[in-house]
Design a binder for this molecule. Structure first.
Ligand SMILES: [Zn+2]
Length: 474
């Protein structure tokens, strides 16, 4: 269940400085901090001091279910879980607005409710803030409120398109369903509640957010997930279609049984099974492009240094050292990273680039693409280009040596021009043969690295018998 509420972002900022708070604990319970990881913070509503162990077990069950569910389990390193302990004065939320529970949360007819006016200005009469952490952690990130309510038959809810998720304890799949709204901008796929209207389209028919898993237009070419639909699958797709797992356009979604369509017969956004392929695609796309900073359309990274420019006209200048672009490790299929210098692809460079290997000055780019087995729609593949301008101090330029298409550009670094066979070995100063290896393809040949103390480069046998001294010795 998803509910529309407007104007809460500004309210959240106002609430930040509102009042003095008592401290509460907010330990990290799973994952690592740093980079563009997505913090998910659990908070307790209706758990009294005596319910602490129950709360911790409930949070643990939700985290374990989350980490088992595709696509999250392929991107588990992208998430950092916190467990705020926000005890309420009384055990169990009631059905009347109350001061006794964290967030002033109470139980409505169908799902938990809260006092909108007071929700962000105070967290209830037992007021809290994070002891070890900035209270912004709670205000600026997704918070999953675990609600302890003694009866069954109620639902979880996500607040608008925001980062507040409310789930009744005891149903880890509710947590996954509500996080589907929050993390993937997914619509509900169930039907049978026509009076609820829509949380996807405005009354005038314009969409509230980008459409991922529901549509009202079933022209084959207009369906948001059209790239997933086989030509043999009829549109609309009958509920009893022979292939239960076929992606199609099944009638019934966004609470309406007629005129609104969903991609799959089954989905966690409908019947609490597992996310369908289309919902996984949206989730993977959002996870890979989550950013902890304010740039739009960027790819989530563990580390980037020096901080890059994203525009060609205001580049960050680097003169030496390393350029590091580290992806969040552990992905089943990691974001692809390719480097380009003055328009020419570099090969063999991984996440750390030594500026010294670049032949001269110019424009360095790291080009990222969040390709994923979950993403088939080309429009949903996150892409990013990071830019630096290389301007080396003049004293660091190549000191010596050029012979037969090989030139030295620094200690142990040679550019072998196109058309010349790349040497395999060098002779070191003490006469030993030492291997050379290609570290990059450059604009005019190959960049070859060896130890920084040799004097000769030997051409491979059979190609040329000459041994050329090309310098670079220090
Ligand atoms: Zn779905």
């Amino acid at each position: 269940m998803k509910q529309r509420v407007r104007g809460l972002a500004s309210a959240a900022i106002l609430g930040l400085a509102a009042s003095t708070h008592a401290a509460f604990d907010c330990p990290l319970v799973e994952g690592r901090e740093g980079g563009d990881r997505i913090p998910l913070i659990f908070a307790a509503a209706g758990y009294a001091e005596a319910d602490k162990a129950l709360y911790e077990a409930d949070v643990d069950a939700a985290i374990q279910a989350f980490l088992q569910e595709p696509p999250y389990r392929s991107y588990r390193e992208h998430f950092t879980f916190y467990r705020a302990w926000t005890p309420s004065l009384r055990s169990g939320v009631t059905e009347a607005p109350s001061d006794s529970s964290f967030g002033r949360i109470y139980m409505g007819e169908i799902y938990p409710k809260w006092d909108e006016d007071k929700f962000y200005s105070t967290y209830g009469d037992t007021q809290y803030t994070c002891r070890q952490r900035d209270s912004r952690l709670l205000l600026n990130n997704r918070v999953i409120f675990m609600v302890k309510y003694p009866q069954v038959g109620k639902s979880g809810v996500m607040l608008g398109s925001s980062n507040r998720v409310f789930c009744l304890r005891g149903s880890a799949t509710t947590v996954l369903h509500e996080l589907g709204h929050s993390l993937g901008e997914l619509s509900d796929e169930y039907d049978g509640f026509p009076s609820w209207g829509s949380t996807t389209w405005n009354p005038d028919g314009t969409p509230i957010h980008r459409l991922y898993n529901v549509t009202r237009n079933i022209q084959r070419d207009s369906i948001p997930w059209k790239v997933w639909i086989a030509d043999t699958v009829p549109i609309p797709t009958e509920p009893g279609y022979r292939d239960n797992n076929a992606i199609g356009a099944y009638e019934g979604a966004d609470y309406q049984s007629v005129g609104t369509y969903r991609p799959s017969a089954f989905c966690l956004m409908r019947d609490y099974s597992h996310y369908c392929k289309i919902c996984r695609e949206s989730l993977a796309s959002h996870i890979l492009s989550y950013t902890s900073r304010t740039f739009a359309n960027r790819i989530s990274l563990d580390t980037v240094a020096p901080f890059p420019s994203r525009s060609a006209w205001s580049p960050t200048v680097v003169s030496g050292g390393s350029v590091v672009v580290r992806r969040i490790p552990g992905d089943t299929m990691p974001v692809s990273l390719r480097w380009r210098f003055n328009g020419v692809w570099l090969t063999g460079v991984r996440e750390t680039l030594d500026v010294a290997i670049l032949p001269g000055d110019g424009s360095l780019e790291a080009i990222l693409a969040g390709e994923s087995p979950f993403i088939r729609n080309p429009d949903l593949i996150p892409r990013d280009t990071l830019r630096w301008t290389v301007r080396k101090p003049s004293g660091a330029r190549a000191r010596s040596g050029r012979a037969d298409g090989i030139r030295c550009i620094g200690p142990g670094l040679f550019v072998v021009e196109s058309g010349v066979s790349v040497p395999q070995w060098a002779r070191s100063a003490n006469g030993k043969r030492v291997p050379l290896h290609v570290v990059a393809r450059t604009a005019d040949g190959w960049l070859v690295r060896g130890p920084s103390t040799f004097g000769e480069v030997l051409f491979p046998d059979g190609m040329d018998n000459k041994a050329n001294t090309v310098g670079g010795v220090r």
